[in-house]
Design a protein around this ligand. Structure first.
Ligand SMILES: [Zn+2]
Ligand SMILES: [Zn+2]
Length: 406
């Protein structure tokens, strides 16, 4: 792309620059806003990054979920994303892939395309972008992005697959609007999110794990029986028989978030993702959007999150295998024959509003449009509601006493 260049490109100054003023992101479909003075350094930096110029007007194309194609924000031309049908999503073996990644990081091998990312100095979030950086605030903590936050992305696990963003900006905004308005307890100030918040489309990082696990176990099977005691009363008791055995679990597409620093509970509520609909990653789907790269690699996330979930599944299998009315497990030894993973991107729209010095995040699932979020509670509104409830309860008690007394 030929980014709009000012006639005289200033050299990057070594002095820190003041943060750019917050400004609303141009709506999808409106002509691209002229770059402000504060954007120039960004444009300069992003010249080497991957862009998709419009063949008609040269503007950078963006992935437009409304048309399901790349679209030129300036002239409206659309271009289909051509997927290589010969490429399949095939999971990687966990151990060897991580060893290779570490070796590659040490050899400092040159990558062909220079990807740039924003590293937020406030929350530490890493965000990849292609072409021009459209966000002026960190999408996760709402801190203004500084020029010095932009750096060349380090060697990372390559992205395997993506669920292309399906919900457009207009419907995402409508869903957010309806959600905020239905929250009576939200403080009035929070409702100024339109001007004060950061609202951005961003792909989040996930791993999808497949695992083959064989587990030897020993324990006891309990059978509930009844008997009569000396007085002739029926009592139930459990009869235990020692058992041992071996079970096998084939775990498929266990999805785990690879991002930290987000509101973890809300992120989990965005699940389940239709991972079976993921297509082979091509950066065109991210054009004009942000992508949060992983905070933990596939091995770290496996140890911290996936292993525990898999072992819960294994425990259920063991219990089913023991059978009976009750089960005791005294020994359970899961052995992994294989662990494979895919690195996937899943789309969300993310609203972050700073309130009382804390970032509050509201997510819109970029596939279903479902809203998951938190928002601050207004102490005054809650106090009034509690007071009203107490008056009602007090009144009810009073009337009850009166009725009883009379
Ligand atoms: Zn165009
Ligand atoms: Zn941040």
């Amino acid at each position: 792309m030929t980014a709009p260049q000012p006639p005289q490109q200033p050299q990057p100054s070594p002095l820190p620059q003041p943060p750019p003023l917050p400004q609303p992101r141009p709506l999808a479909g409106s002509p691209a806003a002229a770059p402000s003075a504060n954007d120039r350094e960004m444009l300069h930096l992003t010249e080497q990054t991957r862009t998709y110029p419009c063949a008609n007007c040269g503007d950078a194309l963006v992935w437009d979920p409304a048309v399901g194609q790349l679209r030129s924000p300036s002239c409206g031309s659309t271009y289909p994303v051509l997927l290589d049908a010969s490429k399949h999503l095939s999971p990687h073996p966990l151990g060897p892939t991580l060893a290779e990644l570490r070796a590659r990081a040490q050899s400092a091998e040159q990558v062909q395309v220079v990807d740039h990312e924003v590293v937020c100095q406030s929350c530490g979030g890493h965000t990849l972008f292609s072409g021009t950086l459209t966000a002026v605030r960190c999408p996760y903590c709402n801190t203004p992005i500084q020029r010095t936050d932009v750096q060349v992305a380090p060697a990372r696990l390559p992205i395997d697959g993506i669920l292309p963003l399906r919900v457009g900006e207009d419907s995402a905004r409508q869903n957010i609007e309806a959600w905020v308005n239905s929250r009576w307890f939200a403080p009035r100030e929070f409702k100024k999110y339109r001007v004060l918040g950061s609202f951005t489309s961003v792909y989040l990082s996930y791993y999808s794990y497949d695992a083959e696990v064989t587990t030897d176990y020993s324990g006891a099977r309990g059978t509930t029986r009844t008997r009569r005691d000396r007085d002739g009363n029926v009592e139930t008791y459990t009869d235990w028989w020692p058992v041992s055995g071996r079970v096998h679990d084939s775990i498929r597409q266990l999805t785990e978030s690879a991002n930290t620093g987000l509101d973890g509970d809300r992120v989990r509520e965005l699940e389940p993702w239709p991972t079976e609909q993921a297509v082979t990653y091509t950066p065109e789907f991210v054009a004009g959007h942000l992508a949060r790269t992983y905070d933990g690699d596939a091995g770290q996330v496996f140890e911290a999150q996936a292993r525990g979930r898999i072992e819960n599944i294994v425990e259920n299998t063991v219990r089913r295998d023991i059978g009976g009315d009750a089960q005791r497990i005294t020994r359970m030894n899961p052995v992994y024959q294989s662990v494979d993973f895919l690195y996937l991107l899943m789309p969300v729209w993310l609203l972050t509003v700073t309130f009382a010095d804390k970032p509050f995040q509201v997510f819109v699932n970029g596939i279903t449009g479902e809203v998951q979020g938190q928002r601050p509670w207004s102490a005054i509104k809650i106090a009034f509601a509690v007071l009203a409830a107490l008056i009602v309860v007090g009144l009810a008690v009073y009337l009850y006493m009166q009725a009883r007394g009379g």
